[in-house]
Write a protein that binds this ligand. Structure first.
Ligand code: 1CP
Length: 333
C-alpha cells in the first residue's frame, strides 16, 4: 500500500511519510527554468508533458512519499470560462462572472477544457518514478474558489462587506461550484489520483455562517470523494476550531496550519493529522529546523501523522534546508 494510504487506512505510526505543499514550484531552480520559457501559467498547467516533468522534479530531488500534480485550484474558474491570468509578482487576476453562461454549461465542457490535467494523471500512474508513491489530486474548496471568483484578486488584505452583498450570486455560485468541483474530483480519481486534497486556503476569512460557507459545502465534497473509494485530506487554513471541523466534516485526514498548537488538539482529534510546521522555519538555520521539526514528530509520535508544512513552501527556501528537513524526518523513526 502507498505510504499515505497506509497511514490513513491502517493508522500506521511506525513511519511518517513526508511531502510538502507547493513542493512543485518556485523554490526549485529547475522549475524556474521551465517557467522562464513559459510565461502563460494556465497554458503551462495544460501542457501535460511539462506538468509531468514539474510534478516529478521534487520527487527526483527529495524522494518524497507523494507526488502532487502540478496544477492550480484556479483551473476550475478557468474551466468554467472565467478569465484567469497570473501577473508577475501580483498573483492571480480573474475576469467577470457570467452566471447565465455557467448555469448552461454541461460536464463535457469542463472535462474537455481540463483534459490535459487528466492526461497528466494517466501518464503519472504509468510512470515508474512514482511507483509505490501516492498521487495527490486536488481541488480548491467552494469557499476559497468563491472568494477568488467574486473578489477577482487575492484577498490578502481581507474582504470588504460588499463581497457578501449579492446573495443570489453567492448561492448560485456555491451550487455551480459543488457540481463542477465534484466533476473535477471524479475525473482526477478516474485518471489515477490515489488521494484528493481539498485546499480551503481562505477559510480563516469566514467570520459567520460557518455552516453555509465551510461545513456544508466541504462535507458534500468529502462524502462524494469517500464514495469514490479514495481518501480525502482537508486543509481549512486559518480556522480557529480544527476539532469541531474534524468532527463535523470527518475527512480521512486533516492538515493543520502553523498557528494551531498541535498539543492542544492531539487529544481531541481522532483522525490522522498532516502538516503544521511554519514554512518560515525553513528560512532559518539547520539547528532550529531540526528542533522545530522534531517537536511535531514527538507530539504526534503515537498518532497517525504525515509530515508536511502549515502552508506552502516559500519560494525563497534553500534546497539544502529541504534536504535537511527530509533527513530529520526520515531519521526520526
Ligand atoms: O511561477 C509562478 O508565478 C506560479 C506560481 C504558482 C505555482 C507553482 C501558482 C500560482 N500555482 C502553482 C502551483 C500550485 N498551486 C500547486 C502545485 C502543486 C504543488 O506543488 O503543491 C498547488 C497545490 C496549488 C494550489 C493553490 N493555488 C492554492 C492552495 C494552496 C495554498 O498555497 O494556499 C492557492 C490559494 C492557489 C492560488 C494561486 N496560484 C498561484 C499563486 C501564486 C496563488 C496564490 C495567490 C494568492 O496569494 O492569493
Amino acid at each position: 500500500m502507498t505510504p499515505i494510504k497506509n497511514c490513513i487506512l491502517n493508522r500506521d505510526t511506525s513511519f511518517n511519510p513526508i511531502w510538502l505543499m507547493r513542493q512543485a514550484g518556485r523554490y526549485l531552480p529547475e522549475f524556474r527554468e521551465i517557467r522562464k520559457k513559459n510565461t502563460n501559467f494556465i497554458k503551462l498547467c495544460l501542457d501535460s508533458k511539462l506538468s509531468e516533468e514539474i510534478t516529478l522534479q521534487p520527487i527526483e530531488r527529495f524522494d518524497f512519499d507523494a507526488a502532487i500534480i502540478f496544477s492550480d485550484i484556479l483551473m476550475i474558474p478557468y474551466g468554467l470560462g472565467q478569465e484567469v491570468e497570473f501577473k508577475k509578482n501580483f498573483g492571480p487576476n480573474l475576469g467577470n462572472i457570467d452566471l447565465d453562461k455557467f448555469e448552461k454549461l454541461n460536464d463535457e465542457f469542463l472535462t474537455n477544457k481540463l483534459s490535459p490535467i487528466y492526461d497528466l494523471l494517466k501518464n503519472l500512474s504509468k510512470n515508474e518514478k512514482v511507483k509505490n508513491k501516492d498521487l495527490i489530486g486536488f481541488v480548491g474548496a467552494p469557499w476559497t474558489l468563491l472568494v477568488y471568483m467574486i473578489n477577482k484578486v487575492s484577498p490578502k488584505s481581507g474582504l470588504s462587506n460588499s463581497f457578501f452583498k449579492n446573495t443570489t450570486l453567492i448561492n448560485n455560485l456555491l451550487n455551480i461550484l459543488d457540481k463542477f468541483i465534484k466533476l473535477h474530483i471524479k475525473n482526477q480519481v478516474r485518471a489515477g489520483a490515489t488521494i484528493i486534497q481539498i485546499f480551503d486556503s481562505w477559510a480563516g476569512l469566514i467570520k459567520t455562517d460557518f455552516d453555509k460557507y465551510l461545513y456544508k459545502p466541504t462535507l458534500s465534497l468529502v462524502d462524494y470523494t469517500k464514495n469514490l473509494g479514495v481518501p480525502v485530506i482537508c486543509f481549512p487554513r486559518g480556522i480557529k476550531n480544527y476539532v469541531e471541523f474534524s468532527k463535523i466534516v470527518k475527512p480521512n485526514m486533516i492538515n493543520i496550519d502553523y498557528n494551531t498548537d498541535p498539543k492542544k488538539l492531539i487529544d481531541d482529534i481522532d483522525i490522522p493529522i498532516q502538516g503544521g510546521l511554519d514554512p518560515k522555519i525553513l528560512l532559518t538555520d539547520r539547528n532550529n529546523l531540526k528542533t522545530q521539526t522534531r517537536k511535531y514528530l514527538e507530539i504526534f509520535n503515537n498518532h497517525p501523522y504525515v509530515f508536511n508544512l502549515g502552508h506552502g513552501i516559500l519560494p525563497e527556501t534553500k534546497i539544502e534546508m529541504v534536504e535537511e528537513l527530509v533527513r530529520v524526518v526520515r531519521d526520526f523513526k
